[in-house]
Design a protein around this ligand. Structure first.
Ligand code: FAD
Length: 102
């Protein structure tokens, strides 16, 4: 196992879970169900996972990614908008709370 093996295994696991949840939401919507709560949860979960994965990618590649033009630097910067655009994390949580009658 490489020195980053455990980190990469955790990243791959989170990515897989996020993908499965997203696909389940898509299939349920495709079947005509309204699943506002699950979609909000899926957005928050997926963007939380992408935050973790891009953060860890920077850690793995080290100082090299401080350089403009590096792919990981670009992915890290681009990722930041995902939990803001199309409904922020806080607003998604508001929606989830309402759907759960909290
Ligand atoms: C690059 C980019 C692309 C975008 N693309 C799209 C797009 O394609 N379609 C689209 O519809 N919108 C898009 N947006 C807009 C995006 O949806 C808004 O930026 C987002 O809804 C937040 O609104 P705001 O920027 O006005 O921040 P504000 O509403 O001022 O919020 C600032 C912060 O306060 C938090 N906040 C606000 N209200 C509450 C509350 N009641 N409780 C707790 N926290 C709260 C927010 O979560 C956020 O963290 C895009 C934005 C950017 C920067």
């Amino acid at each position: 196992m490489s020195r980053f093996g455990k980190k990469l295994a955790d990243m791959a696991t989170l990515l897989e879970v996020s993908r499965e949840f997203t696909y389940r939401c898509a299939a349920t919507m495709d079947a005509g169900e309204i699943i506002i709560k699950e979609i909000s949860m899926a957005k928050n979960f997926a963007t939380d996972v992408s935050d973790k994965i891009t953060y860890n990618a920077v850690q793995i590649f080290g100082g090299m990614v401080c350089m403009r033009g590096s792919l990981v630097e670009r992915l890290f910067r681009d990722n930041r908008i995902l939990s803001i655009g199309g409904g922020t994390r806080e607003i998604m949580n508001e929606i989830i709370c309402k759907q759960l009658d909290l």
